[in-house]
Structure formats: C-alpha cells, structure tokens
Design a protein around this ligand. Structure first.
Ligand code: GDD
Length: 403
C-alpha cells in the first residue's frame, strides 16, 4: 500500500519532488525493502503497488525493479483514495487473476525484517482469514498505533482499537498482514452494510442530511477500524509477534533511523551493497555505508557510520560524513562536514561548511534537511534546520526553517 500525495505532508520537504515510497533508505527506494521480502517467498505470483500517485511517478521504478529482481511488479492507480482495505478490494479482480492461495498486504511506510515465511506458517496453523504482524512497544508510544489484545496461547486477536486515547495494550499492529482471499468477502460486507444504512437514512428520519455528511463513502474501507476491530474475538484473525526490529516511517528523522536499520540488515541479506573501504585509493569507511557505483569520493574523505550516498554524488578531499542520506547529483566540497542530515538532490555544500544536527530522530528539528537544489556557500554552518528547495545560504543558521 503506497498511499498517495495527500498522505505525505509530515514527510516534507523531502517528499516535494520524490513520492515518499521512492525516497531512498540504505540507498534503495523505501518500497524496495518490502518488495525484496516478497521476492524471498517461494511461489510468489505478483507484487502490486497500490496507490493514488500519478502513474508516471512509478512507471520507471516498476519496470526497473521487475527486471532487477525478476519478479512481476505492477503499479495499480486508484482514481481516489479508497482506504487501506478499500484499495485492496478495488483491485480484487486483478489480484485474484493468478488465483493466489494467500495475499500479503504490507504498509510501505514501515521498516522491519518482514518475516513473511514465518507469518505464513503461523497463519496456516490458525485456520483464520488473516494474521497480523504485531510487536511490543513502550506503553508511552503505543497510542500512535493500533493497540490490541491477543490470546497468549492461541494468538487469536481478541480486541483491537486504532490509536486509542486511553491505554489498552503495549502490543501494537505493525501494518504487515497475510490474508486468504476470504478477506474480500469481509471488506464487501462493510461496504454493503454502509450502503444499506445510507439507503435507510434516505427514506427515513430528519437527521438524514446531517448524518449522511458525517458518514464515509461506501467504497472507503479502512483495514484497521472497519475490518480488524469488528472481526476481533470471532476466531477469524490471529497475530504473529516479531522479536526483530520494527519502526514506522512518518517523518524524515525516522527515515535516517530506518536507513541505519536497513544498512545493518544488509550485512546478512545483501553484503555486496555495503561499501568496504578496501584498497589504498578508497575513502575511509566506518560501519555500515552504501555508496552508489556512480558516486565519486576522494580517498581522503571519511564516511560512516549510517551513510547512504546516491547516484552521481561528488565528495571532495577531507570531507566527513556521519549518519546522513545524500541524494542524487549532490556536490560536497573540500573539508565540509555533514552529520545527522538529509541533503536533497542537486544541492551543494561549500568548503569548510557544515550541515549538522544532534540526531534526535523524533524531534521536529532533530536532523538538518536541505531540500532540492540548496546551495550552502563556503564556511557556512547549518545546525538543526530545515531549508526549503532552491535556497542559497551565505550566513550560518541554527534551529530555523528557511522558507
Ligand atoms: N492505496 C492506498 N489507498 N493506500 C492507502 C490509503 C488509500 O486510500 N490509505 C492509506 N494507505 C496506505 C498508507 O500509504 C500506508 O502505507 C498504509 O496504508 C496505512 O496508512 P494509514 O491508513 O494512514 O494508517 P497509519 O499509517 O496511521 O497506521 C496504520 O499503520 C500502523 C503501522 O504502521 C494502522 O494500521 C496502525 O494500526 C498501525 O499501527
């Protein structure tokens, strides 16, 4: 589920020119990580990216990832948002073309190890129509997610509340599911029920007009509130708890944290993608670092940990990079430092300059973000700040948003 442009506001300014699902984490588009997890499933028939971004934004990516992974990946565009379950239902005929026995549904804005084979095995043993990936989080952070109660023995989902105001449980919904095709029946029931209620209102009551404006369109169905909550405790849904890493990626700060998590996962899944720093002509590499093959890095630069460098980046002598994402076509000049920052495409950082932050990934200005085509002139320090695209900075700034 890749969603669409209206959902990405918290992700600005990095989502101005790139749809959030294509923003690189560990050098690969965000959506590449769940697709790679699907690729590891035996008998995979198809991968569908379902969203309401324009087709052209995904066309190139979908054809390159299909070639690279040798998996059929298609982008299916909704004409309007249908909600996370409604979107699946909208494309049910296409999804059922290969008569799949199971359907995995993955939110694109979560970062985890996607333990799909383990989930499928647990699901097969349960006899239900769906199994959710769940994780224990701190009681203070649980209310940002769907909170749930599961049977400790059978793992059945007993109770589910989406982002409750009062604490229910520290066990939360990870946004990763496996379903049998019976899920389509459950979604259809919600739509039909809504249609019936809407028709009833039309023929009766004075409140009709008022309540009709409050109710959702019949084809807009949310997986959490409309499906998980009512089906809990009916022996239809089960849970699988992950003990591995899991994070949600709603802000640019979290994308830096998740880039680090995926880089460290590469040590086990794709070690060839990590820079080694071997050889006298290569820069010094510390910890997990991704460097696109087209990037040019001076051998006296020192890079890492948690650095991801995209295509055609040029890094000059004496540069130091720590915990950052450097997007395409960026130039970083001699002796500059970038630390806890995202540097947008086509930006340039001058000699002896710094783009830096404390690295509090949950705070609004906890990382520094330079939008697309930002120029930081020589000897300028940008600290804990967000700079919108196409700006030139010739004086230092701190804890500021440059519009
Ligand atoms: N195609 C499509 N169409 N995708 C959608 C739509 C839609 O109309 N609405 C949401 N999505 C996608 C989003 O892009 C995201 O990948 C996923 O569905 C869930 O988004 P939201 O419905 O906005 O929910 P959320 O992210 O705030 O919370 C959900 O995920 C959490 C885990 O990250 C809930 O399911 C929580 O319970 C859960 O903890």
């Amino acid at each position: 589920m890749v969603g669409g442009p209206t959902k990405g506001t918290e992700f600005r300014p990095v989502s101005f020119n790139t749809p959030k699902p294509l923003f690189p984490l560990a050098g690969q588009p965000m959506v590449h990580h769940p697709i790679s997890a699907c690729k590891r499933m035996p008998n995979l028939a198809q991968v569908f990216l379902i969203g309401f971004y324009e087709d052209r934004e995904f066309a190139l990516y979908v054809s390159s990832i299909s070639n690279e992974l040798k998996v059929p990946v298609r982008y299916l565009k909704e004409d309007k948002p249908h909600g996370s379950a409604g979107a699946l239902y909208y494309f049910r005929d296409l999804i059922m073309e290969d008569a799949p026995s199971h359907i995995f549904l993955l939110n694109c804005d979560v970062c985890c190890s996607f333990p799909l084979p383990d989930m499928l095995e647990a699901h097969r043993g349960s006899g239900g129509i769906g199994t959710l990936l769940v994780i224990k989080v701190s009681a203070e952070s649980a209310n940002k997610f769907g909170e749930l109660v599961a049977d400790p023995i059978t793992k059945e989902l007993l109770h589910y509340t989406e982002k409750p105001e009062t604490f229910v449980s520290d066990l939360i919904n990870c946004g990763v599911y496996v379903f049998t095709p019976k899920i389509f029946g459950a979604i259809q029931e919600v739509s039909t029920h809504r249609e019936d209620r809407a028709n009833l209102r039309q023929v009766s009551s004075f409140e009709a007009l008022q309540s009709a404006t409050r109710s959702l369109p019949t084809d807009f169905v949310r997986l959490d509130q409309d499906i998980l909550s009512p089906l809990a405790g009916k022996k239809q849904l089960y849970t699988y708890e992950t003990m591995d890493f899991w994070e949600q990626i709603k802000t640019p700060g979290m994308s830096l944290k998740c880039s680090a998590l995926y880089l460290s996962q590469f040590r086990f899944t794709s070690p060839h993608l990590l820079a080694s720093g071997d050889g006298s002509k290569s820069a010094t590499i510390i910890g997990d670092v991704y460097v696109h093959p087209s990037a040019k890095i001076h051998p006296t630069a020192k890079i890492g940990p948690n650095v991801s460098i995209s295509a055609n980046v040029r890094i000059a002598a004496g540069v130091r990079l720590i915990s950052c994402i450097i997007l395409d076509d960026v130039e970083i000049k001699e002796n500059a430092v970038v630390m806890h920052a995202i540097v947008g495409r086509k930006s340039s950082i001058g000699r002896w300059s710094r783009a830096q932050a404390e690295g509090d990934y949950n705070a609004k200005l906890g990382i520094t973000i330079l939008g697309e085509a930002v120029t930081v002139e020589d000897e300028v320090v940008v600290t804990n700040s967000i700079v919108l695209p196409n700006k030139t900075l010739n004086v230092s700034v701190q804890e500021d948003i440059i519009l």
